[in-house]
Design a binder for this molecule. Sequence first.
Ligand code: NOJ
Ligand code: NOJ
Length: 576
Amino acid sequence: MLFSTLCGFLVIGQTLAQSSTVDAYVASQSPLAKAGLLANIGPSGSKSMGAKSGIVVASPSNVNPDYLYTWTRDSALVFQTIIDQFSLSIDTSTRGEIDNYVAAQAIIQQVSNPSGTITTGGLGEPKFNIDETAFTGAWGRPQRDGPALRSIALITWANFLLTEGNTSYVTNTLWPLISNDLNYVAQNWNQSTFDLWEEVDSSSFFTTAIQHRGLRQGVQLANTIGQTSVVSSWTTQAGNLLCFLQSYWNTAGYITANTGGGRSGKDANTVLASIHTFDAAAGCDALTFQPCSDVALSNLLTYVTAFRSIYSINSGLANNVAAATGRYPEDSYMGGNPWYLTTLAVSEQLYDSLIVWNQQKSLNVTSLSLPFFQLFDASVTVGTYTSTSSTFTTLTTGVKTFADGFVATVAKYTPSSGSLSEQYSKSDGSPLSATDLTWSYAATLTSFDARAGVIPTSWGAKGLTSSCGISTGGGGGSSSGTVSVTFNVDATTVFGENIYICGSVDALQNWDPDTALILSAATYPIWSITVNLPASTQVQYKYIRKFGSSLTWESDPNDVINTPSGGSFIENDTWR
Ligand code: NOJ
Ligand code: NOJ
């Protein structure tokens, strides 16, 4: 009794010590991160190396690795941070930089490049020279998250300006840029893309999630400023994206980051997607993989666990203690080390979760999120815990300590100058790879803001519905009585046309063509989808083509498969 009380005090003592260490780090690192970020923005940033006005240099490092380019993704995430802080009155000193960013993107959008011109796919080009000319070397292109991220940053800015009554600038200057990006998303989301790490050419969870958010916000802005011609097509494609998003969930209880790539699929891609689509108004919604949803928490646990045994700086750390994390466990780029921005992303997902639980004054433990919550209370059971319960206090205190631990990990391996490179060594924590990575600084600021309880503006995740639910049955292991079936169909389509499937069982929408499941064209002309079907069952199905409002069924007879009693199954078909 005395002993356990003592232990309790010791644990609380350690927690308090860590919390004040993190408080101190936040206080000292915030201004350094802001300064580090601004230093990499042209034309006058001290490390912007002559970049044009409003251009974000990924890192001033120009050799090993050479990051002296401007990526659409990094730039948008950096300006999302700046614009959020501006519009939430955290830092209103950056209006000039924001105006410069808008002007620079107006130029960059028009630059013909190896991915095409503005009308033929050029918006998917991942990076440009810092003088705003095209980069023409070999690269993993296209990367279709860039236009979506940029549209979200610009819409956030537009929404703020509307509160100031500046409708004309929004309509005349911002809307053309936003609609360029979102028309590109609406037309191309179902084509293959390189993932955010620029390596895997398939479909990618982060990209899909961001594209979905972009189109939803685009529809809202379009309605607000009367640009209604895009509303119907963007709404339709947003629905398709939300449906497709569900297909990344796997029966082992985590999100498979990419449809291709041949890896475990455990990847910071999914954690980043969750924090960059956070919408506190949506609560712990699982359909949009909100940070505190059971799917996202189960996924977070799987992701973090994947790094415990592969980095020696993590050795000896208990499962409920934060650890260094990287892009994905199979990573070998620059030796395959932890990244500051991915470790910070874990803390941010947890801080976002705490915001929602405290706001809704309750927390829900499901069978899927149980292993996550058991990290903080081994005896917790499935149920809903209101904020007056001791379980709520135990769990939220544990999550806060866990979250702070990820920041403390970054703090421990931040050099005294406060400079943040891209990676830190898996064996001794020393900084590695690109120096002063702008994205590392942005990730620092967004995590700190979430820790302080800052709530980004809602984007409309609340109340969305989809006919494409996911089977989370029990979590861990495949749910009993189902088999994972992949349907591949070789189908030549015209631009804008998509292939769907429906059939004789619930999982195939009981023959309802309106809610048929969309297939991915990532390996076009092979269209593909993986679904869980009842085991040992004869299932009939057909593929459907949809193009605008026209819908074409495959010719008769129905296709038939007999599912096996367990495991998985691949069905290869040709459209007829
Ligand atoms: C450079 C990319 O920026 C990086 O993400 C990737 O891991 C390496 N090339 C190796 O493909
Ligand atoms: C490599 C990263 O994998 C990619 O996501 C990033 O855009 C570039 N470096 C530039 O920072």
